[in-house]
Design a binder for this molecule. Structure first.
Ligand code: F6P
Length: 543
């Protein structure tokens, strides 16, 4: 990317634009909002409050073109092995392919397999909801516990919460992810084994935390149920690994499979989404898939400068690589999107937190930003001070529904007003003259006004995107998730990295295995630095 003509032009353009204030860009151009916003179904993507002009966008699109983005998008949908280090396709788009188009992997159309698992999920969900699926005492199921971590937890957890208004009565879905025993214990404390089903969600079925929690849940269950034959009615597996599922003691008939071409953090659309379907029903789950598919169709066909994930991805590159932004805030003004920032943290940081290009060289520019955030308005009373007056440039994505599922009226209007106000305040800021006029109106004397003015000035010119939609439905949720997934791919493609592997999580796991043995056994320690060795000895003395 850094060797393209567009990159050089963008560097020069950045020098010119970095002194411009968005206030002036708006006042010079009454059509700015109309031109720098895009609609997709009921989603409005306003990107006019960014430090860009039409020329910036043209150059960024040229950059994408010179990096072969359109070809790379085509390669993903065609099932090519774009996950180059693991030699796998990245085909989460197949899981939500609602068209009749086949998708091939190694010459086989994978769509019949995808549909077969959706049918299996529907049959199971219907049985649980109708009460036909009974526990070992003959009682119907009322609690579902998803045991998984990372992509086998964050996506379903986020989506189940997002779809709260659609939850089926009589079924409550819980999540256990952490190996801290408190997580499992707190969850089990409110459950009855007779009426609980456990979904053991693990792509590999080899993740230490998930297996330990799954064994803990099984022991708890068997204390009540006694005989292991009852496990079949209370434990199902969501995995790609049939042998390990069998070794754990789950009948492969109770396994909902998916495939190695589904990345963990892209897996909520697969059998890993069973908890979403159990919470909200299979029809709602399919609406979620349909939303994701609609965004896929847009991504693969819209021209670069009208393409939401492309424009969003390019804006991110503009801030990371030209303004030096190290982080990206995600602020949903929707309580039920509380887990969206955590979900996007894994989606983005595990995908693009890399420093080696696909062909094994060191990247020569920054890559994925630190992604973080909290719902508004809570965030306003926590970290917004830094967004407005801190020394760092932090682009913000705001997300807000126009209507609530709950009582219409003032609450939601206050929420919406605050969201729009924050975008405006970040962009406009407050000048010294405006701060002084305001204080004069408040009756402050001139000495106080001069003393306080520097503190009450807001620089403004702080960029944000606004994603505004009608209501938080399964379909719009699917659209939003797919939008972010594709934005991540756009950025990874331009940075020349592989967004679909995660070698960076290996080393810590490996060392934890060694240290666990050393904590549990006496004897000489293997080779550690003095700090780690000292800490292991300290822990041994105190365990
Ligand atoms: O440790 C990281 C990771 O491999 C993630 O990529 C993945 O989502 C998570 O662990 C869980 O993996 P699994 O679904 O195989 O248990």
């Amino acid at each position: 990317m850094t060797h393209t003509q567009a990159w050089q032009e963008l560097k020069e353009h950045h020098r010119q634009i970095s002194t411009k204030h968005m206030r002036d860009l708006f006042s010079q151009d009454p059509q700015r909002f109309e031109r720098l916003s895009l609609s997709f179904e009921d989603l409005l993507f306003d990107y006019s409050k960014n430090r860009i002009t039409d020329h910036t966008l043209r150059l960024l699109c040229a950059l994408a073109g010179q990096c072969g983005l359109e070809d790379k998008i085509g390669r993903m949908f065609a099932g090519e092995r774009i996950n180059c280090t693991e030699q796998r396709p990245a085909l989460h788009v197949a899981l939500r392919n609602r068209s009749s188009r086949p998708i091939h992997v190694d010459g086989e159309d994978i769509m019949p397999r995808v549909h077969a698992v959706l049918d299996q999920m529907r049959a199971f969900v219907d049985k649980v909801h109708s009460g036909a699926w009974r526990g070992f005492t003959g009682e119907p199921i009322c609690d579902v516990v998803n045991i998984g971590i990372g992509g086998s937890d964050l996506g379903p957890r986020m989506a189940v919460q997002a779809l709260t208004p659609y939850h089926k009565p009589g079924i409550k879905v819980h999540f256990v992810s952490n190996i801290d025993p408190a997580d499992l214990a707190d969850t089990l404390a409110v459950l009855r084994p007779e009426t609980t089903i456990f979904l053991i969600a693990s792509k590999t079925f080899g993740t230490q935390e998930t297996l330990a929690n799954a064994h803990g849940a099984r022991d708890w269950f068997l204390q009540a149920a006694g005989e292991t034959k009852h496990v079949a009615r209370h434990f199902v597996a969501l995995s790609t690994n049939r042998e390990r599922v069998r070794d754990f003691g789950i009948d492969p008939a109770n396994m909902f499979p998916f495939w190695d071409w589904v990345g963990g953090r892209y897996s909520l659309w697969s059998a890993i989404g069973l908890s979403i379907a159990l919470a909200a029903g299979m029809d709602r789950f399919e609406e979620l898939l349909a939303g994701g598919h609609a965004m896929d169709e847009h991504f693969r066909s819209a021209p670069l400068d009208r393409n939401l994930p492309v424009v969003m991805g390019l804006l991110g590159i503009w801030y990371v690589n030209f303004f030096g932004a190290a982080t990206q805030a995600i602020v949903p003004y929707a309580q039920h999107l509380q887990r969206l920032p955590a979900y996007l943290q894994q989606a983005d940081m595990e995908s693009n937190g890399k420093a080696t290009t696909c062909d094994g060289r060191a990247v020569c520019c920054d890559t994925g930003p630190v992604v973080w955030g909290e719902p508004g308005t809570n965030g306003q009373h926590a970290f917004f001070q830094l967004l407005h007056q801190g020394t760092r440039l932090i682009p913000v994505d705001f997300l807000v529904p126009m209507h609530s599922h709950y009582a219409p009226g003032e609450h939601h209007n206050i929420l919406l007003a605050n969201c729009l106000a924050q975008c405006e305040a970040l962009m406009r800021g407050r000048t010294d003259a405006e701060a002084r006029i305001q204080m004069e109106a408040q009756g402050l004397d001139q000495a106080d006004i001069s003393r306080l003015a520097p503190h009450r000035v807001f620089p403004g010119n702080r960029p944000s995107n606004l994603l505004m939609f009608d209501k938080l439905t399964p379909r719009i949720l699917g659209i939003l998730i797919a939008l972010y997934e594709h934005k991540i791919y756009v950025q990874g493609t331009l940075w020349g990295i592989n967004s679909f592997d995660q070698w960076g999580v290996e080393l810590g796991k490996q060392l934890a295995g060694t240290i666990l043995t050393e904590l549990q056994e006496d004897g000489a320690l293997s080779e550690h630095d003095a700090s780690t060795a000292g800490l292991i000895r300290h822990a041994r003395r105190n365990l």
